[in-house]
Design a protein around this ligand. Structure first.
Ligand SMILES: [Zn+2]
Length: 412
């Protein structure tokens, strides 16, 4: 069966009849029609979305997915419908697909045919796979593509687009009838395929079996942009955009450029330099903060060391952006006259409730207090030999913790 969706790419609304309705074991509703304008996922092209309305009362049913099962297109309805009660076999319906989504898919998919054919003809690289993504698409090639080759193919693609070369469809009853019309073998055809074979011809450039939907001529692609070559894990991917996606990308990039002009207080030519300058300033500031926080930690430790009769416990909390290095430096420098239980917390960011906890003292005290303190501050940690480290998430409960520690030492 060749679906209506594949015959006429520009059919926007289509009247047909319900052929079957079924509720599956997992509760989803599957509907088939005498024919359909909804394209089922296939050939690398995602399914259509849309709705259909019942002719008698105009009730709408949303189609959230369409899959192909043998010669049938199965329409899976959105959960907010109750179609079993309101829809019956032989009901007449008008189908309407999300045309913007479909046209976008047609552009990316047809562009893939052209790009694949030209990489094969010009560079002898075959397309092993392709992917139509929500934002960008790629083809996977079997050769080590170089940037000048990519640029050459992009230029050729756009030359052909400007010539508005027709894209035609031929239908053959059996694969063998297609014969010389098909340059690529019938690889990739679904195993459960039955019925006629469709051959898509970009006149003078390519001839290819395909179940997807295509533009009528290359002018409808508007433009093709080959974005980048990605190499890794034994794969070579060429990312591309076609048609409206190129415009959208340019629009997004330009908007970002305008925003950056304001944020950086300089035009696009200076963006890179201005950002590098900011990064350098940031790194230098970070280094200065680290140095100063170490010095501060050492001074605070010295104050503890200078106390003639220190209390048995010492609390220290910093929420001013210092890092854990601060606590380590403090404890390294702290050499009080008598044993002190140190309770240090550092928040992850300024005034953040999560952060780090460090306890240091006699093994007996640390063992006795570590678990309960971590519980109150809702964290996880461990320690031994009088030192305990934890990550905590409720630094707003510090007061409660301090009271608990105070009471422990009062009762000791
Ligand atoms: Zn195709």
């Amino acid at each position: 069966m060749v679906f209506q969706c594949q015959r006429d790419s520009f059919q926007k609304e289509y009247t047909t009849k319900v052929e079957s309705i079924e509720k599956t074991e997992n509760g989803s509703i599957e509907v088939t029609f005498a024919d359909t304008v909804f394209f089922p996922e296939g050939g690398g092209q995602p399914n259509d979305e849309g709705l259909f309305t019942k002719s008698t009362d105009q009730q709408e049913f949303k189609v959230k997915n369409v899959i192909r099962r043998g010669p049938k297109a199965i329409h899976i309805l959105s959960d907010d419908n109750d179609p079993l009660a309101n829809l019956k076999v032989n009901d007449e319906v008008a189908q309407k697909i999300n045309w913007e989504r479909r046209y976008d898919h047609m552009q990316q998919h047809s562009a893939q045919h052209l790009i694949t054919a030209l990489f094969e003809r010009e560079c002898n690289y075959n397309t092993k796979a392709w992917w139509l993504g929500t934002d960008s698409s790629y083809i996977e090639l079997d050769g080590d593509v170089k940037t000048p080759e990519m640029q050459k193919i992009e230029k050729l693609c756009n030359d052909y687009i400007s010539q508005a070369i027709p894209v035609n469809l031929a239908i053959f009853e059996k694969p063998e009838d297609a014969g010389d019309e098909v340059t690529r073998a019938s690889r990739g055809l679904p195993v459960d395929l039955s019925g006629p074979i469709r051959v898509i011809k970009i006149e003078g450039i390519d001839s290819n079996m395909c179940c997807g939907t295509h533009v009528k001529n290359l002018a409808q692609l508007q433009v093709i942009k080959l974005m980048s070559i990605e190499k890794g894990k034994g794969k070579v991917l060429v990312h591309f955009l076609a048609g409206n996606r190129v415009i959208q990308k340019l629009d997004d990039a330009y908007q970002r450029e305008m925003d950056l002009n304001v944020l950086l207080n300089g035009g696009p030519d200076y963006h890179k330099d201005l950002i590098k300058k900011l990064q350098t300033t940031g790194k230098n500031s970070q280094k200065t903060i680290q140095k100063l926080s170490r010095e501060l930690a050492a001074i605070l430790a010295q104050q503890v060391n200078d106390q003639p009769n220190p209390k048995p416990y010492y609390f220290l909390h910093r929420s001013d952006g210092v890092e854990i290095d601060f606590a380590n430096t403090f404890l390294r420098n702290a050499k009080p006259k008598s044993q002190i239980f140190f309770f240090i917390t550092i928040s992850d960011g300024i005034d953040s409730k999560s952060g780090s906890l460090v306890l240091q003292g006699s093994p007996e005290d640390v063992d006795a207090l570590g678990g309960e303190i971590t519980k109150i501050l809702d964290g996880k940690g461990n320690g031994k030999n009088g030192r305990f480290n934890a990550k905590v998430t409720k630094l707003n409960k510090l007061k409660e913790c301090e009271a608990f520690v105070k009471k422990y030492f009062e009762n000791k």
